[in-house]
Design a protein around this ligand. Sequence first.
Ligand code: URA
Ligand code: SF4
Length: 254
Amino acid sequence: MTDGQNMHRDELLKEIGISPVWRLRDAPQAEIAVAADTAAALTAREPAAPVVARGGDPGPVAGMDWPALKACVADCTACVLHQKRNKTVFGVGDENADWLFVGEGPGADEDAQGEPFVGQAGRLLDNMLAAIALKRGANVYIANIVKCRPPGNRNPQPEEAEACSGYLQRQIELIQPKLIIALGKVAAVNLLGRDASIASLRGQQHAYRGIPLLVTYHPAYLLRTLSDKSKAWEDLCFAVETMQRLQSAALAPI
Ligand code: URA
Ligand code: SF4
């Protein structure tokens, strides 16, 4: 194999160490690729800390528009995570997206670049999106529970998630997504306001402030736990079905 450009895509992915590849039957170019040989490079995250009740009051950010909200996050010192951050990671994508994906918090790459999911987990997230014919920025918004990197990639503490929750709440009010996908336990427990395992939460429709919400595994977890990637695939298929149902309900005559 000498000419990368002429390689079949599967062979190319294999060559760069990303396999196996999952395909959605009626979207042949779509795929999820899991970088098995890079899994070890990812820092193990600890189980989620107990959640505190999510504040119902967005406080000072209530009613803010996008520019004001972005400026507020950029200067935020509301929790200790501001002390060691390089860049705040506000969120990225289509500000009118139907799909909102919520992760946990920035890692080292995100902290350096100021954009969510740009490291290895991000590459898998992009592949997961591609598998269901979605693309970062096109009808998709990506955000995190906390906007500043927890040192050493530890889980955000409940008080940090709480301090940051008003920003995400305001982002969600502005975006008005049709469906929220919580990626991993930290996102799920903070958005749902109760502690439960991903295994018990996935496969069912939940809600965040009246917006349908589904739960699946975090891409960084999937990079370490390849055996659960078929469940993540089921979750993505369930997400597509749910979105189709929500869209047809929106179109149905009253
Ligand atoms: N993990 C997350 O939860 N969010 C990111 O932005 C990157 C990695
Ligand atoms: Fe502010 Fe959120 Fe950063 Fe804490 S994590 S300093 S609340 S932006």
